[in-house]
Design a protein around this ligand. Structure first.
Ligand SMILES: [Zn+2]
Length: 767
């Protein structure tokens, strides 16, 4: 009997229970007991669900209140000193590291003011992990203050009658994905491996004592370009982690092709290897050949990153190929990665067109997929399931929803001149200076203002039909006016309308574009309690009518200062959607570029002549390995942006925005935007700033962290700007926050922005 295996299940709950309880806890509306109880309830539900579906290998420790990598930092005591001096409960230390903590002293609690640790993309997914931060004083030990999470959760499942396989990020990946703290910049985290392994091993021993026979160790960095010294660490490390009193190990890799690092994992003393064949089927022959005689192969065929129905026949064919080589006992049918990256349950989508819904599988449906394929290759009769599956696959292939001849005709018109501004930047800059006459250190924001409860209530009322379209629009206009007046009052130079009408920066446009489908409950965790509901690209994309002009024009009518039009760029629309898997991402991106080009031109024609086209997702789309695929990606990504933005006159100022640091200035250069803003507040690296000082156009380096509720003082802004000015020219300098302010409250937004503008004014006076 071939076993079925799921590498991890979404932890957010089918109705976002996790978000609701954590946010209630943060705002002191729920107790720590209620928080922990809800976590337990979600875990129990997920295990039972998988058990009922017939999944053989079910993961535990795939749950987290914030992030699974951050959990390890707490567990292994990788806690920078600044979080330990307040005597916080373990869960609060976790949240402080994840999102920062600022609170005033009360009778029972001391004042706390700490920033969050850096948060970065989890490979090329839209999930973010909190970066482990090491220093010379890092002292690895099992931190049992709140119990050993993997052990606690393993036992919890066991008590429910579910035998699970605990999952833990592997020791080499954990170190490699971390960074050195400010005070220890000469430290290479990977050099800590020898110190770390004994502690990691003691965790495995604890799991074994608790009864865990096998542990899933994720080493996702094996799909990256790994330096040779890191590749060489695997053998020794895993030799240390196996033996008497320790569980067997299944080493898992996902999100790509491991072949360049295959020598690192050949003949490791692990009992099984897992590979992602949904993403990288081309590695099949070589990686299967590398499985040693005593090892099992976990065949990742059910895509953990997308929502398309698995083609059962194709999947079975691949698994059978593995069985031919290894025999049924040594092959496991698995999801390609954790299902964390897919929505929880398609059954919650009552509004989706049933024709289209039949093409999808969400996490819950993927359980059935893994089980069906395992049964089929075991020789059980699942003919009905396979016939139904084949019918859906064929229906999608033949559907007229997926193709639009008009769009395809227009795609043929894309050429160099369509994707190039009519003049180089210096000429555009002159025209823009004349038009706007902005001061030095111009101030602006990235676009969104707080999405208050009031906004959500009114949007809900409108969706449910309890208020009319007119009433809703009137409400939105009032919100826009509030945001405009506020920005005028504190002295910002380039205003925004605040985006009260937008639920999400991609979904909002997706809902107005043809070729998209969207869900009502298809949430996926992005970070912490922030979830996104990615729309789904199902066919050729086009824009039937203007999407954002009305709100921008209204905002501009209220003020003499320039109001930025706000759009989401083609690559970000693509990356933050579930893309089609039947045409290339390049084609989808260029189609989006054309659709947005129409919007940019409509905005310009309506008098909105500062236009920001956000591309925060360009970085995350970067193929994980260098080489041809990466340079091709960068070419079509930049071209898509330029297709969208090159149809305007010189005096129209095109802005763009990028979330997350670790950007290569060259990638941004190719977009040729007049002004770019990038997240920057957590960067302390003068070399990095210097790289950007060579950037030919203008840049706003983000000055404060919008993921955290803490309020930087004016002095903090001044110090930060002074630091940057040591290596960065003043005449290219824009002053802005890291990112949009939608997740923040008004109080902290007002205070932070006021301090930011005051700091800018101080520099303006000086220069
Ligand atoms: Zn951003």
């Amino acid at each position: 009997m071939v076993q079925s295996s799921v590498l991890g299940f979404p932890r957010i709950g089918a109705q976002r229970e996790l978000k609701k309880i954590t946010e209630a806890y943060w705002s002191k509306k729920a107790s720590v007991e209620e928080l922990l109880a809800k976590g337990k309830e979600i875990r129990a539900h997920n295990w039972k669900l998988q058990q009922a579906a017939g999944v053989d290998v079910i993961a535990s420790n795939d749950f987290s209140f914030y992030d699974q990598v951050l959990d390890l930092s707490l567990l292994f005591n990788v806690i920078p000193d600044r979080y330990t001096k307040f005597d916080l409960a373990p869960i609060d230390v976790l949240f402080a590291m994840g999102r920062g903590l600022q609170r005033k002293a009360t009778e029972t609690e001391a004042a706390v003011d700490v920033t969050a640790l850096e948060m970065v993309k989890w490979f090329d997914s839209n999930y973010h992990y909190v970066r482990p931060t090491f220093s010379h004083s890092t002292e690895f030990k099992l931190n049992s203050a709140a119990g050993l999470k993997p052990v606690v959760e393993y036992l919890e499942a066991k008590e429910l009658g579910v035998e699970t396989r605990p999952v833990v990020v592997g020791p080499i990946s954990y170190l490699y994905l971390g960074k050195a703290d400010k005070d220890s910049l000469d430290l290479d985290p990977i050099s800590l491996l020898d110190k770390f392994l004994p502690v990691y091993k003691s965790l495995l021993a604890e799991l074994y004592s608790a009864g865990a026979k096998t542990v899933q160790i994720d080493e996702p960095i094996l799909v990256l370009d790994l330096p040779e010294n890191v590749q060489k660490l695997y053998k020794g490390a895993f030799e240390q982690l196996t033996g008497e009193g320790l569980p067997e190990i299944v080493l898992t890799t996902y999100f790509g092709d491991v072949r360049p690092n295959l020598s690192a994992i050949k003949n490791l003393p692990v009992s099984g290897l897992h590979f992602d064949f949904a993403r990288a089927p081309e590695q099949f022959d070589e990686v299967v050949a590398a499985v040693s005689d005593s090892q099992t192969l976990s065949v990742g065929v059910v895509d953990g990153r997308n929502i398309w129905k698995t083609d059962y026949t194709k999947a079975s064919a691949l698994v059978n190929k593995a069985i031919e080589k290894l025999g049924k006992d040594r092959v496991v049918v698995a999801t390609s990665s954790s299902l964390l990256h897919t929505p929880v349950d398609l059954a919650n989508e009552s509004k989706l067109d049933p024709v289209i819904a039949d093409w999808f599988q969400f996490a819950t449906q993927k359980l059935d997929a893994v089980v069906a394929i395992a049964k089929d290759v075991s020789g059980e009769d699942v003919a009905d399931l396979y016939a139904a599956n084949a019918k859906s696959i064929k229906a999608r292939q033949e559907s007229s929803i997926t193709t639009n001849p008009e769009v395809q005709k227009r795609m043929a018109t894309i050429n160099e001149s369509l994707s190039t501004r009519s003049s180089p930047f210096p000429e555009r800059l002159a025209a823009q200076k004349e038009k706007y006459n902005l001061p030095l250190f111009p101030t602006t924001t990235i676009g969104s203002f707080p999405q208050t409860k009031d906004i959500r209530i009114n949007r809900n009322k409108f969706t449910k039909g309890t208020i009319t379209k007119e009433e809703y629009e009137q409400f939105i206009n009032q919100e826009i006016e509030t945001v405009i007046r506020f920005q005028e009052e504190i002295g910002l130079d380039v205003l925004v309308h605040g985006e009260p009408e937008r639920n999400d920066m991609v979904q909002y446009f997706g809902e107005q574009l043809q070729g998209y489908a969207f869900t009502t409950n298809g949430w996926v965790q992005s970070y912490g309690s922030r979830y996104v509901r990615p729309p789904i690209i199902v066919g050729d994309v086009s824009r039937p009518k203007a999407m954002s002009v009305k709100e921008s024009v209204y905002a501009q009518s209220l003020t003499k200062l320039p109001v930025k039009g706000m759009l989401t760029g083609p690559v970000t629309c693509l990356r933050w959607s579930f893309p089609r898997d039947d045409v290339s991402q390049k084609v989808q991106s260029l189609q989006l570029g054309l659709a947005l080009r129409d919007e940019v031109q409509d905005l310009e024609a309506a008098g909105i002549t500062v236009i920001q086209v956000d591309e925060p997702a360009i970085r995350e789309g970067l193929p994980l390995r260098s080489g041809q695929e990466r340079s091709d990606y960068l070419n079509w990504a930049a071209q898509s942006f330029r297709v969208a933005t090159s149809g305007v006159v010189n005096s129209t100022q095109i802005h763009s925005h990028f979330c997350y640091s670790d950007l290569d200035p060259n990638h941004i250069k190719a977009l040729d935007a007049d002004v770019v803003s990038i997240e920057f507040s957590k960067k302390d690296d003068a070399n990095y700033i210097r790289e950007f000082s060579d950037y030919p156009n203008h840049i706003g380096l983000g000055l404060f962290d919008i993921h955290s509720p803490r309020i930087p003082s004016k002095e903090e802004f001044v110090t930060r700007i002074e630091e940057i000015l040591k290596v960065y020219p003043a005449d290219k300098f824009w002053v802005n926050p890291d990112c949009g302010l939608k997740t923040r409250g008004w109080e902290e937004t007002k205070a932070s922005l006021t301090n930011m503008v005051d700091a800018a004014k101080e520099f303006r006076a000086k220069y």
